[in-house]
Design a protein around this ligand. Structure first.
Ligand SMILES: NC(=O)c1ccc[n+]([C@@H]2O[C@H](COP(=O)([O-])OP(=O)(O)OC[C@H]3O[C@@H](n4cnc5c(N)ncnc54)[C@H](O)[C@@H]3O)[C@@H](O)[C@H]2O)c1
Length: 441
């Protein structure tokens, strides 16, 4: 199948790189976003998100005329939906007295409704948004069929999710293996033809529900494995063990790969997607549910660690380093670091937080400061929450030159092995018991 013109709905972390990569490969692309500020920003060849290489790609795509940005869709050969699928913040479901989060699919349904008037015989529609199983078949196919066309017979419909790593999106978009699930084999083939325009990784065809489930399995697998690492961090603390040492020793087993513990799990994917399984099959997902509980409660464990290091937090000045949900990205969605700041403040601390990738972040109830110096200048303790390379480079001398703080709480193990005690610091690490004061290193 040939694609001269495509329409990409949703120009965020996924849609914008996808739209610009198609444009860079000579396809006429109409990028659509309902946020008018984003539309204006992109029309000027600027971008609203941080992703290495993206600015240059978008600038080139817009100035060559291959990428046009609009606030509503128009006729095209193919439509790609890459809009958000968060969970509802204030509505939950209930199963045997335990509450679970529910997917908010309103952006997907409204994007699908917006495509209906422009859908023509022979078109392809691909849903890229991470979605609960059966969304393509049960939720959006009926919306498109309001056009009078039959899904799979008159137009092709497929599901294909992204598995890119923020910070590496432009490379991974092209090189990663991709799964295309069609509601018919012909729909899967049409999706295959579309992504073959730029994908160099393997493209594997399957059915739509399998492809939806594969995406959720990938992120759920990581969530469950991080949960066990987080639980190990608490156990190590309890038994007088250094969890980081214990994990590195356990991982010498040829068939064991334990992930790293940390202050929790966040972002738009791993902390959200497992709920899509729980919501749709609560009786079948006790392990997935428990893992979500463990990871969501890890910020409380960090609070406990800081309280053990400082005693009462009432009136104490704390510098928090990092607000993003993971290193070297500017994405603060569902970030456990943000949750930790709120918990420290609820316990009476006065917190200044510095986020190097979003120094001007405005978050309700959080004092985010624009420089490291601002965060450290009057702090009594420093809590490191995200292992940005920039923070990893800090030495005892550097911190001493910027701050009176002599208590350090490292939740990501990036300052281990430095002579903090010699520099007059008390150094505390997540998953390392105070009881473990001696022994080989
Ligand atoms: N960010 C990631 O690393 C990643 C990775 C894999 C999958 N995903 C999935 O991809 C989807 C998109 O995620 P994202 O991170 O790009 O989100 P995002 O919030 O960065 O971008 C989504 C964009 O869609 C726009 N939008 C909302 N409703 C719209 C509509 N009806 N029509 C047109 N535009 C609309 C928003 O204004 C926003 O600009 C989600 O389902 C997410 O789970 C994200």
């Amino acid at each position: 199948m040939k694609f001269n013109k495509i329409c990409v709905l949703g120009l965020g972390y996924i849609g914008l790189p996808t739209a610009s990569t198609f444009a860079a490969n000579g396809v006429q692309v109409v990028g659509v976003d309902i946020d008018l500020r984003i539309v204006e920003t992109l029309r000027h060849g600027e971008i609203h998100i941080h992703e290495p290489g993206l600015r240059t790609l978008v600038e080139a795509a817009v100035s060559s005329g291959h990428l046009r940005v609009e606030s509503s869709p128009e006729e095209a050969d193919a439509f790609i939906i890459a809009v958000p699928t968060p969970f509802y913040q204030d509505t939950t479901g209930d199963y045997n007295g335990e509450s679970y989060k529910i997917a908010d699919m309103r952006a997907v349904t409204s994007a699908a409704e917006a495509i209906v008037p422009h859908l023509r015989k022979g078109n392809l529609v691909v849903l890229e948004s991470t979605s609960p199983p059966r969304t393509t078949v049960d939720l959006i196919a009926p919306i498109f069929e309001k056009s009078g066309l039959k899904a799979g017979a008159d137009f092709f419909l497929a599901y294909s999710s992204e598995r890119v790593l923020p910070g590496q999106i432009l490379r991974e978009l092209i090189d990663n293996a991709r799964v295309i699930g069609g509601i018919t084999p012909e729909s899967a083939q049409a999706g295959y033809d579309l992504y073959s325009i730029f994908v160099r990784g393997e493209i594997v065809k399957t059915d739509a529900t399998t492809a939806e489930m594969v995406k959720l399995m990938e992120n759920t697998y990581r969530d469950v494995n991080i949960a066990i690492a987080n639980e190990f961090s608490r156990l190590a603390d309890h038994f007088g063990v250094d969890v980081w040492e214990a994990i590195s020793l356990a991982n010498r087993h040829p068939r064991v790969t334990i992930l790293s513990p940390g202050p929790g799990v966040g972002g738009h994917c791993i902390s959200v997607d497992p709920w899509f399984f729980v919501e749709t099959a609560p009786a079948l997902t006790p392990l997935i549910y428990a893992s979500r509980q463990v990871n969501d409660s890890q910020p409380h464990y960090v609070l406990d660690l800081v309280q053990r290091a400082m005693g009462s937090l009432k009136g104490k000045k704390i510098a928090v380093l990092g607000l993003a949900y993971k290193p070297d990205v500017d994405d603060l969605r569902e970030s456990p670091a943000v949750e930790v700041v709120h918990l420290l403040q609820d316990a009476g601390a006065m917190v200044k937080a510095f986020e190097p990738y979003k120094p001007s972040a405005r978050l309700p109830g959080i004092q985010a400061v624009p420089t490291l110096e601002d965060a450290l200048s009057d702090a009594e303790a420093v809590v490191l929450l995200v292992s940005f390379i920039f923070f990893g480079a800090l030495t005892p001398e550097k911190i001493k030159s910027l701050s009176p703080a002599r208590i350090l709480v490292d939740t990501v193990n990036v300052w281990a092995g430095r002579d903090w005690a010699g520099g007059g610091f008390q150094y505390h690490r997540l998953g390392v018991s105070e009881k473990r004061v001696s022994g080989p290193r």
